[in-house]
Design a protein around this ligand. Structure first.
Ligand SMILES: *Cc1c(COP(=O)(O)O)cnc(C)c1O
Length: 463
Protein backbone atom coordinates (compact mmCIF):
# COMPACT_ATOMS: atom_id res chain seq x y z
CA UNK A 1 0.00 0.00 0.00
CA UNK A 2 1.51 3.30 -1.00
CA UNK A 3 1.32 6.32 1.20
CA UNK A 4 -1.01 8.09 -1.21
CA UNK A 5 -3.45 5.22 -0.97
CA UNK A 6 -4.31 6.02 2.63
CA UNK A 7 -7.98 6.85 2.83
CA UNK A 8 -7.95 8.59 6.14
CA UNK A 9 -6.55 11.82 4.83
CA UNK A 10 -2.97 12.79 5.36
CA UNK A 11 -1.18 11.30 8.31
CA UNK A 12 0.04 13.41 11.16
CA UNK A 13 3.57 13.01 9.91
CA UNK A 14 2.63 14.42 6.51
CA UNK A 15 0.92 17.46 7.97
CA UNK A 16 2.93 18.45 10.99
CA UNK A 17 6.66 18.77 11.05
CA UNK A 18 8.31 16.33 13.42
CA UNK A 19 7.67 17.35 17.00
CA UNK A 20 4.77 19.68 16.27
CA UNK A 21 1.87 17.32 16.60
CA UNK A 22 -1.48 18.51 17.82
CA UNK A 23 -2.98 16.50 20.64
CA UNK A 24 -5.55 13.86 19.71
CA UNK A 25 -9.18 14.95 19.94
CA UNK A 26 -10.48 12.04 21.98
CA UNK A 27 -9.79 11.05 25.58
CA UNK A 28 -7.08 8.38 25.44
CA UNK A 29 -8.97 6.27 27.97
CA UNK A 30 -11.93 5.87 25.61
CA UNK A 31 -11.97 2.80 23.39
CA UNK A 32 -13.41 3.37 19.94
CA UNK A 33 -15.78 0.42 19.50
CA UNK A 34 -15.16 0.51 15.76
CA UNK A 35 -11.63 -0.86 16.10
CA UNK A 36 -12.11 -3.22 19.06
CA UNK A 37 -13.77 -6.65 19.23
CA UNK A 38 -17.38 -6.42 20.35
CA UNK A 39 -17.00 -7.64 23.93
CA UNK A 40 -14.07 -5.35 24.74
CA UNK A 41 -14.80 -2.78 27.48
CA UNK A 42 -12.97 -0.66 29.98
CA UNK A 43 -14.29 -1.75 33.37
CA UNK A 44 -14.93 0.51 36.37
CA UNK A 45 -11.49 -0.22 37.79
CA UNK A 46 -9.92 1.12 34.57
CA UNK A 47 -8.75 -2.26 33.33
CA UNK A 48 -9.86 -3.36 29.86
CA UNK A 49 -11.63 -6.71 29.54
CA UNK A 50 -12.66 -8.98 26.68
CA UNK A 51 -15.46 -11.52 27.03
CA UNK A 52 -15.68 -10.44 30.67
CA UNK A 53 -12.02 -11.26 31.44
CA UNK A 54 -9.59 -8.54 32.53
CA UNK A 55 -6.46 -8.22 30.40
CA UNK A 56 -4.35 -8.10 33.55
CA UNK A 57 -5.60 -11.56 34.47
CA UNK A 58 -5.25 -12.82 30.90
CA UNK A 59 -1.64 -11.58 30.80
CA UNK A 60 -0.89 -13.41 34.04
CA UNK A 61 -2.40 -16.63 32.80
CA UNK A 62 -1.27 -16.67 29.18
CA UNK A 63 1.71 -14.30 29.12
CA UNK A 64 2.51 -11.59 26.58
CA UNK A 65 2.66 -11.02 23.71
CA UNK A 66 -0.54 -12.89 22.92
CA UNK A 67 -3.49 -12.56 20.59
CA UNK A 68 -6.91 -12.58 22.26
CA UNK A 69 -9.79 -13.44 19.96
CA UNK A 70 -13.43 -12.76 20.78
CA UNK A 71 -15.17 -15.95 19.69
CA UNK A 72 -18.70 -14.59 19.92
CA UNK A 73 -17.68 -11.63 17.75
CA UNK A 74 -16.18 -14.02 15.19
CA UNK A 75 -19.35 -16.09 15.12
CA UNK A 76 -21.55 -13.00 14.92
CA UNK A 77 -19.59 -11.72 11.93
CA UNK A 78 -19.92 -15.09 10.19
CA UNK A 79 -23.67 -14.98 10.72
CA UNK A 80 -23.89 -11.37 9.57
CA UNK A 81 -22.16 -12.26 6.28
CA UNK A 82 -24.20 -15.42 5.76
CA UNK A 83 -27.50 -13.63 6.54
CA UNK A 84 -26.60 -10.65 4.36
CA UNK A 85 -25.97 -12.79 1.30
CA UNK A 86 -28.77 -15.27 2.00
CA UNK A 87 -29.35 -18.79 0.72
CA UNK A 88 -28.81 -17.89 -2.95
CA UNK A 89 -25.16 -16.93 -2.48
CA UNK A 90 -22.10 -18.44 -0.85
CA UNK A 91 -19.74 -16.89 1.66
CA UNK A 92 -16.25 -18.39 1.73
CA UNK A 93 -14.01 -17.36 4.64
CA UNK A 94 -10.48 -16.78 3.31
CA UNK A 95 -8.45 -19.09 5.55
CA UNK A 96 -5.17 -17.35 4.87
CA UNK A 97 -6.29 -14.46 7.12
CA UNK A 98 -6.16 -16.80 10.12
CA UNK A 99 -6.85 -20.51 10.26
CA UNK A 100 -6.91 -23.02 13.09
CA UNK A 101 -9.01 -26.05 13.87
CA UNK A 102 -11.21 -24.06 16.25
CA UNK A 103 -11.81 -21.48 13.51
CA UNK A 104 -12.79 -24.24 11.08
CA UNK A 105 -15.26 -25.62 13.61
CA UNK A 106 -16.83 -22.17 14.12
CA UNK A 107 -17.14 -21.72 10.34
CA UNK A 108 -18.70 -25.13 10.00
CA UNK A 109 -21.19 -24.44 12.76
CA UNK A 110 -22.09 -20.99 11.40
CA UNK A 111 -22.66 -22.33 7.88
CA UNK A 112 -19.74 -20.68 6.08
CA UNK A 113 -17.55 -22.19 3.39
CA UNK A 114 -13.77 -22.00 3.37
CA UNK A 115 -11.06 -20.89 0.94
CA UNK A 116 -7.71 -22.63 1.26
CA UNK A 117 -4.55 -21.97 -0.73
CA UNK A 118 -2.12 -24.66 0.41
CA UNK A 119 -1.89 -28.27 1.45
CA UNK A 120 -1.39 -27.16 5.05
CA UNK A 121 -4.60 -25.16 5.06
CA UNK A 122 -6.45 -28.07 3.44
CA UNK A 123 -5.14 -30.44 6.14
CA UNK A 124 -6.31 -28.09 8.89
CA UNK A 125 -9.74 -27.74 7.28
CA UNK A 126 -10.28 -31.48 6.78
CA UNK A 127 -8.88 -32.38 10.17
CA UNK A 128 -11.42 -30.10 11.83
CA UNK A 129 -14.24 -31.69 9.88
CA UNK A 130 -15.00 -29.13 7.19
CA UNK A 131 -16.87 -31.06 4.49
CA UNK A 132 -14.70 -31.09 1.36
CA UNK A 133 -17.52 -29.84 -0.83
CA UNK A 134 -17.55 -26.60 1.21
CA UNK A 135 -13.86 -25.95 0.43
CA UNK A 136 -12.49 -23.89 -2.47
CA UNK A 137 -8.86 -24.39 -3.44
CA UNK A 138 -6.86 -21.35 -4.64
CA UNK A 139 -3.30 -20.59 -5.64
CA UNK A 140 -1.16 -19.71 -8.62
CA UNK A 141 1.19 -22.66 -8.30
CA UNK A 142 -0.61 -25.62 -6.78
CA UNK A 143 1.63 -28.66 -6.86
CA UNK A 144 0.58 -31.85 -8.62
CA UNK A 145 0.35 -33.52 -5.18
CA UNK A 146 -1.87 -30.71 -3.89
CA UNK A 147 -4.18 -30.95 -6.90
CA UNK A 148 -4.36 -34.75 -6.67
CA UNK A 149 -5.32 -34.55 -3.04
CA UNK A 150 -7.88 -31.78 -3.60
CA UNK A 151 -9.54 -33.78 -6.36
CA UNK A 152 -9.37 -37.03 -4.39
CA UNK A 153 -11.01 -35.61 -1.26
CA UNK A 154 -13.60 -33.88 -3.43
CA UNK A 155 -13.16 -30.15 -2.79
CA UNK A 156 -16.16 -28.14 -3.97
CA UNK A 157 -14.15 -26.13 -6.43
CA UNK A 158 -10.64 -25.55 -7.65
CA UNK A 159 -9.94 -22.03 -8.85
CA UNK A 160 -7.83 -22.38 -11.99
CA UNK A 161 -5.12 -19.78 -12.25
CA UNK A 162 -3.20 -20.53 -15.49
CA UNK A 163 -3.44 -22.31 -18.83
CA UNK A 164 -1.13 -25.04 -17.56
CA UNK A 165 -3.32 -25.60 -14.56
CA UNK A 166 -6.43 -26.05 -16.72
CA UNK A 167 -4.79 -29.00 -18.42
CA UNK A 168 -3.19 -30.32 -15.25
CA UNK A 169 -6.38 -30.39 -13.17
CA UNK A 170 -8.37 -31.86 -16.09
CA UNK A 171 -5.80 -34.61 -16.54
CA UNK A 172 -5.64 -35.47 -12.85
CA UNK A 173 -9.43 -35.52 -12.46
CA UNK A 174 -9.88 -37.63 -15.56
CA UNK A 175 -7.27 -40.13 -14.48
CA UNK A 176 -9.21 -40.56 -11.23
CA UNK A 177 -12.43 -40.99 -13.15
CA UNK A 178 -13.74 -37.69 -11.77
CA UNK A 179 -15.12 -34.45 -13.08
CA UNK A 180 -13.80 -31.57 -10.96
CA UNK A 181 -15.88 -28.43 -10.43
CA UNK A 182 -13.71 -25.43 -11.29
CA UNK A 183 -13.80 -21.68 -11.70
CA UNK A 184 -11.37 -19.69 -13.81
CA UNK A 185 -9.70 -16.78 -12.05
CA UNK A 186 -9.55 -13.78 -14.34
CA UNK A 187 -7.64 -10.53 -14.00
CA UNK A 188 -10.16 -7.84 -14.76
CA UNK A 189 -7.71 -4.95 -14.97
CA UNK A 190 -9.10 -3.37 -11.80
CA UNK A 191 -6.96 -2.77 -8.78
CA UNK A 192 -8.58 -1.61 -5.57
CA UNK A 193 -7.08 -0.53 -2.29
CA UNK A 194 -8.93 1.43 0.36
CA UNK A 195 -10.85 4.31 -1.25
CA UNK A 196 -9.04 4.32 -4.54
CA UNK A 197 -9.35 1.98 -7.41
CA UNK A 198 -7.81 1.87 -10.83
CA UNK A 199 -10.11 0.63 -13.58
CA UNK A 200 -7.23 0.32 -16.02
CA UNK A 201 -4.72 -1.50 -13.89
CA UNK A 202 -2.21 -3.35 -15.98
CA UNK A 203 -2.33 -7.10 -15.77
CA UNK A 204 1.28 -7.33 -14.69
CA UNK A 205 0.74 -9.69 -11.77
CA UNK A 206 1.09 -13.37 -10.99
CA UNK A 207 -2.57 -14.19 -10.37
CA UNK A 208 -5.24 -15.09 -12.86
CA UNK A 209 -5.73 -15.00 -16.61
CA UNK A 210 -6.22 -11.61 -18.24
CA UNK A 211 -9.57 -10.63 -19.71
CA UNK A 212 -7.59 -8.44 -22.06
CA UNK A 213 -6.59 -9.84 -25.48
CA UNK A 214 -9.27 -12.54 -25.17
CA UNK A 215 -7.07 -14.69 -22.95
CA UNK A 216 -9.80 -15.45 -20.42
CA UNK A 217 -12.18 -16.31 -23.27
CA UNK A 218 -9.56 -18.71 -24.59
CA UNK A 219 -9.20 -20.27 -21.12
CA UNK A 220 -12.97 -20.84 -21.00
CA UNK A 221 -12.84 -22.37 -24.50
CA UNK A 222 -10.18 -24.85 -23.39
CA UNK A 223 -11.83 -25.68 -20.06
CA UNK A 224 -15.18 -26.39 -21.72
CA UNK A 225 -13.52 -28.89 -24.03
CA UNK A 226 -11.99 -31.01 -21.26
CA UNK A 227 -13.95 -33.93 -19.84
CA UNK A 228 -12.22 -33.78 -16.45
CA UNK A 229 -13.58 -30.30 -15.74
CA UNK A 230 -16.99 -28.93 -14.91
CA UNK A 231 -16.63 -25.19 -15.41
CA UNK A 232 -19.04 -23.57 -12.96
CA UNK A 233 -17.99 -19.95 -13.21
CA UNK A 234 -15.59 -17.05 -13.25
CA UNK A 235 -13.60 -15.75 -10.30
CA UNK A 236 -12.15 -12.30 -9.70
CA UNK A 237 -10.38 -10.77 -6.69
CA UNK A 238 -9.38 -7.13 -7.00
CA UNK A 239 -7.48 -6.07 -3.90
CA UNK A 240 -7.54 -5.65 -0.15
CA UNK A 241 -8.79 -3.28 2.56
CA UNK A 242 -11.36 -1.87 0.12
CA UNK A 243 -14.03 0.57 1.33
CA UNK A 244 -15.49 1.73 -1.94
CA UNK A 245 -17.75 -0.48 -4.08
CA UNK A 246 -16.74 1.23 -7.33
CA UNK A 247 -13.94 -1.25 -8.01
CA UNK A 248 -16.35 -4.18 -7.57
CA UNK A 249 -18.75 -2.45 -9.92
CA UNK A 250 -16.22 -2.34 -12.75
CA UNK A 251 -14.97 -5.84 -11.97
CA UNK A 252 -18.51 -7.30 -11.97
CA UNK A 253 -19.33 -5.54 -15.22
CA UNK A 254 -16.27 -7.03 -16.91
CA UNK A 255 -16.92 -10.53 -15.56
CA UNK A 256 -20.56 -10.40 -16.70
CA UNK A 257 -19.34 -9.24 -20.11
CA UNK A 258 -17.25 -12.39 -20.30
CA UNK A 259 -20.26 -14.52 -19.29
CA UNK A 260 -22.21 -12.94 -22.15
CA UNK A 261 -19.38 -13.68 -24.60
CA UNK A 262 -19.28 -17.27 -23.39
CA UNK A 263 -23.03 -17.59 -23.91
CA UNK A 264 -22.77 -16.13 -27.42
CA UNK A 265 -19.90 -18.40 -28.41
CA UNK A 266 -20.76 -21.66 -26.66
CA UNK A 267 -24.46 -21.39 -25.87
CA UNK A 268 -23.57 -21.95 -22.21
CA UNK A 269 -24.55 -19.70 -19.30
CA UNK A 270 -21.99 -20.25 -16.56
CA UNK A 271 -23.98 -20.45 -13.32
CA UNK A 272 -21.63 -18.75 -10.81
CA UNK A 273 -19.44 -15.73 -10.30
CA UNK A 274 -17.09 -15.14 -7.41
CA UNK A 275 -16.20 -11.53 -6.65
CA UNK A 276 -13.39 -12.35 -4.21
CA UNK A 277 -12.67 -10.70 -0.88
CA UNK A 278 -10.83 -7.58 0.14
CA UNK A 279 -13.48 -5.76 2.15
CA UNK A 280 -11.95 -3.24 4.53
CA UNK A 281 -12.04 -3.00 8.33
CA UNK A 282 -11.32 -0.20 10.81
CA UNK A 283 -7.72 -0.22 11.98
CA UNK A 284 -8.02 3.34 13.28
CA UNK A 285 -10.94 5.63 14.11
CA UNK A 286 -10.59 7.20 10.70
CA UNK A 287 -11.64 4.05 8.81
CA UNK A 288 -15.36 3.57 8.09
CA UNK A 289 -16.12 0.06 6.85
CA UNK A 290 -19.55 -0.90 5.51
CA UNK A 291 -21.78 -3.48 7.13
CA UNK A 292 -22.12 -6.85 5.33
CA UNK A 293 -25.77 -6.21 4.42
CA UNK A 294 -24.81 -2.97 2.64
CA UNK A 295 -22.06 -4.79 0.78
CA UNK A 296 -24.39 -7.66 -0.16
CA UNK A 297 -27.07 -5.26 -1.36
CA UNK A 298 -24.60 -3.30 -3.47
CA UNK A 299 -23.01 -6.39 -5.03
CA UNK A 300 -26.37 -8.02 -5.76
CA UNK A 301 -27.65 -4.85 -7.40
CA UNK A 302 -24.53 -4.46 -9.53
CA UNK A 303 -24.60 -8.07 -10.73
CA UNK A 304 -28.38 -8.11 -11.38
CA UNK A 305 -28.22 -4.87 -13.32
CA UNK A 306 -25.28 -5.99 -15.46
CA UNK A 307 -26.87 -9.38 -16.14
CA UNK A 308 -30.18 -7.83 -17.04
CA UNK A 309 -28.58 -5.55 -19.58
CA UNK A 310 -26.63 -8.51 -21.02
CA UNK A 311 -29.78 -10.65 -21.13
CA UNK A 312 -28.35 -13.24 -18.76
CA UNK A 313 -29.98 -14.97 -15.81
CA UNK A 314 -28.38 -13.72 -12.59
CA UNK A 315 -25.65 -16.19 -11.60
CA UNK A 316 -25.10 -17.43 -8.08
CA UNK A 317 -22.69 -15.03 -6.36
CA UNK A 318 -19.93 -15.93 -3.97
CA UNK A 319 -17.66 -13.70 -1.90
CA UNK A 320 -14.52 -14.45 0.09
CA UNK A 321 -14.05 -12.14 3.06
CA UNK A 322 -11.09 -12.95 5.30
CA UNK A 323 -10.00 -9.77 7.03
CA UNK A 324 -13.59 -8.48 7.39
CA UNK A 325 -14.53 -11.51 9.47
CA UNK A 326 -11.51 -12.21 11.65
CA UNK A 327 -9.61 -8.90 11.60
CA UNK A 328 -11.69 -6.93 14.10
CA UNK A 329 -12.19 -9.89 16.46
CA UNK A 330 -8.70 -9.94 17.98
CA UNK A 331 -6.14 -7.68 19.60
CA UNK A 332 -2.50 -8.23 20.50
CA UNK A 333 -1.60 -7.69 24.13
CA UNK A 334 1.95 -6.50 24.84
CA UNK A 335 3.89 -5.52 27.92
CA UNK A 336 5.73 -2.22 27.75
CA UNK A 337 9.49 -2.64 28.12
CA UNK A 338 11.85 0.25 27.55
CA UNK A 339 10.66 3.79 26.88
CA UNK A 340 12.99 6.12 25.04
CA UNK A 341 11.99 9.79 24.66
CA UNK A 342 13.79 11.48 21.75
CA UNK A 343 13.73 15.20 22.42
CA UNK A 344 11.78 17.12 19.76
CA UNK A 345 10.90 13.94 17.87
CA UNK A 346 8.81 11.30 19.56
CA UNK A 347 8.95 8.64 22.26
CA UNK A 348 9.87 5.10 21.29
CA UNK A 349 7.90 2.54 23.28
CA UNK A 350 9.33 -0.98 23.03
CA UNK A 351 7.11 -4.00 23.51
CA UNK A 352 7.87 -7.69 24.04
CA UNK A 353 6.85 -8.67 20.48
CA UNK A 354 7.07 -6.79 17.19
CA UNK A 355 7.49 -7.62 13.52
CA UNK A 356 7.48 -11.36 14.30
CA UNK A 357 3.84 -11.15 15.44
CA UNK A 358 2.75 -8.26 13.20
CA UNK A 359 4.67 -7.82 9.96
CA UNK A 360 1.99 -5.68 8.31
CA UNK A 361 3.34 -2.32 9.41
CA UNK A 362 6.81 -3.09 8.07
CA UNK A 363 5.51 -4.87 4.97
CA UNK A 364 2.60 -2.67 3.87
CA UNK A 365 3.04 0.52 5.87
CA UNK A 366 -0.20 -0.51 7.59
CA UNK A 367 -1.74 1.75 10.20
CA UNK A 368 -2.82 0.56 13.63
CA UNK A 369 -4.06 2.13 16.82
CA UNK A 370 -2.96 1.34 20.37
CA UNK A 371 -4.29 1.84 23.89
CA UNK A 372 -3.07 1.56 27.46
CA UNK A 373 -5.29 -1.24 28.78
CA UNK A 374 -4.05 -2.17 32.27
CA UNK A 375 -5.16 1.14 33.82
CA UNK A 376 -6.50 4.57 32.96
CA UNK A 377 -4.43 7.72 33.00
CA UNK A 378 -5.10 11.44 33.19
CA UNK A 379 -1.62 12.31 31.95
CA UNK A 380 -1.18 14.40 28.82
CA UNK A 381 -0.95 12.58 25.49
CA UNK A 382 2.53 11.87 24.19
CA UNK A 383 3.40 11.06 20.61
CA UNK A 384 4.79 7.53 20.41
CA UNK A 385 6.06 4.97 18.00
CA UNK A 386 5.44 1.46 19.24
CA UNK A 387 8.34 -0.75 18.23
CA UNK A 388 9.25 -4.38 18.74
CA UNK A 389 12.27 -6.05 20.28
CA UNK A 390 13.82 -7.36 17.07
CA UNK A 391 17.21 -6.49 15.64
CA UNK A 392 15.84 -4.44 12.77
CA UNK A 393 15.11 -0.72 12.72
CA UNK A 394 12.00 -1.25 10.57
CA UNK A 395 10.53 -3.31 13.41
CA UNK A 396 7.56 -0.99 13.95
CA UNK A 397 4.15 -2.07 15.24
CA UNK A 398 2.36 1.30 15.35
CA UNK A 399 4.03 4.13 13.47
CA UNK A 400 2.25 7.16 14.95
CA UNK A 401 0.00 7.09 17.97
CA UNK A 402 -0.63 8.82 21.27
CA UNK A 403 -0.30 7.19 24.66
CA UNK A 404 -0.42 8.83 28.11
CA UNK A 405 2.84 10.54 29.08
CA UNK A 406 3.05 8.60 32.36
CA UNK A 407 3.37 5.28 30.50
CA UNK A 408 5.78 3.03 32.38
CA UNK A 409 7.56 -0.29 31.94
CA UNK A 410 5.21 -3.10 32.97
CA UNK A 411 2.08 -1.35 31.66
CA UNK A 412 0.00 -3.44 29.26
CA UNK A 413 -0.86 -1.95 25.90
CA UNK A 414 -3.03 -3.52 23.21
CA UNK A 415 -3.15 -3.14 19.45
CA UNK A 416 -6.66 -3.80 18.12
CA UNK A 417 -7.75 -5.33 14.79
CA UNK A 418 -4.89 -7.83 14.61
CA UNK A 419 -7.05 -10.89 13.92
CA UNK A 420 -6.16 -11.05 10.21
CA UNK A 421 -2.73 -11.55 8.66
CA UNK A 422 -0.84 -11.24 11.96
CA UNK A 423 -0.63 -14.74 13.46
CA UNK A 424 -0.92 -16.20 9.95
CA UNK A 425 2.11 -14.18 8.80
CA UNK A 426 4.04 -14.50 12.07
CA UNK A 427 7.67 -15.57 11.89
CA UNK A 428 10.47 -16.86 14.09
CA UNK A 429 12.73 -13.92 13.24
CA UNK A 430 15.50 -13.68 15.85
CA UNK A 431 14.34 -17.12 16.98
CA UNK A 432 11.42 -15.50 18.70
CA UNK A 433 8.56 -17.71 19.79
CA UNK A 434 5.29 -17.14 18.00
CA UNK A 435 2.57 -15.99 20.42
CA UNK A 436 -0.52 -17.99 21.29
CA UNK A 437 -4.03 -17.28 20.10
CA UNK A 438 -6.45 -17.36 23.00
CA UNK A 439 -10.17 -17.52 22.26
CA UNK A 440 -12.27 -15.69 24.80
CA UNK A 441 -15.98 -16.28 25.12
CA UNK A 442 -18.39 -15.35 27.87
CA UNK A 443 -16.01 -15.46 30.82
CA UNK A 444 -13.90 -18.31 29.53
CA UNK A 445 -10.51 -18.26 27.84
CA UNK A 446 -9.09 -21.16 25.86
CA UNK A 447 -5.80 -21.45 23.99
CA UNK A 448 -6.58 -22.40 20.38
CA UNK A 449 -3.00 -22.06 19.08
CA UNK A 450 -0.41 -22.46 21.81
CA UNK A 451 2.69 -20.36 22.31
CA UNK A 452 5.79 -21.77 20.66
CA UNK A 453 8.48 -23.01 22.98
CA UNK A 454 12.25 -23.19 22.67
CA UNK A 455 11.81 -26.96 22.34
CA UNK A 456 9.72 -26.27 19.21
CA UNK A 457 12.63 -24.29 17.78
CA UNK A 458 15.20 -26.93 18.61
CA UNK A 459 13.01 -29.74 17.28
CA UNK A 460 13.35 -28.37 13.74
CA UNK A 461 17.07 -27.78 14.12
CA UNK A 462 18.43 -31.25 13.55
CA UNK A 463 21.99 -30.32 14.38
C1 LIG B 1 -6.61 -12.91 0.10
C2 LIG B 1 -7.79 -13.34 -0.67
C3 LIG B 1 -9.06 -13.16 -0.14
C4 LIG B 1 -9.32 -12.50 1.19
O1 LIG B 1 -8.95 -11.17 1.23
P1 LIG B 1 -9.36 -10.28 2.50
O2 LIG B 1 -8.72 -8.97 2.22
O3 LIG B 1 -8.82 -10.94 3.71
O4 LIG B 1 -10.85 -10.23 2.51
C5 LIG B 1 -10.14 -13.61 -0.87
N1 LIG B 1 -9.96 -14.22 -2.08
C6 LIG B 1 -8.74 -14.40 -2.61
C7 LIG B 1 -8.62 -15.08 -3.90
C8 LIG B 1 -7.62 -13.97 -1.93
O5 LIG B 1 -6.42 -14.14 -2.47
Amino acid sequence: MSRSAHPAGPRHADVYPEGHYTAPAADLNLLDEKVWARSVRRDDDGVVSVGGLAVTRLAEEFGTPAYFLDESDFRARCRAWADAFGPDADVFYAGKAFLSRAVVRWLREEGLNLDVCSGGELTTALDAGMPAERIAYHGNNKSVEEIERAVRVGVGRIVLDSFQEIVRVAHIAQSMGKRQRVQIRVTVGVEAHTHEFIATAHEDQKFGIALADGQAAEAVRRALRLDGLELIGIHSHIGSQIFDMAGFEVSARRVVQLLAEVRDEHGVELPEIDLGGGLGIAYTSEDDPSEPHHIAKALNEIVSRECESAGLATPRISVEPGRAIVGPTAFTLYEVGTIKPLEGLRTYVSVDGGMSDNIRTALYDAEYSVALVSRTSDAAPMLVRVVGKHCESGDIVVRDAFLPADLAPGDLIAVPATGAYCRSMASNYNHSLRPPVVAVNDGEARVIVRRETEEDLLRLDVG
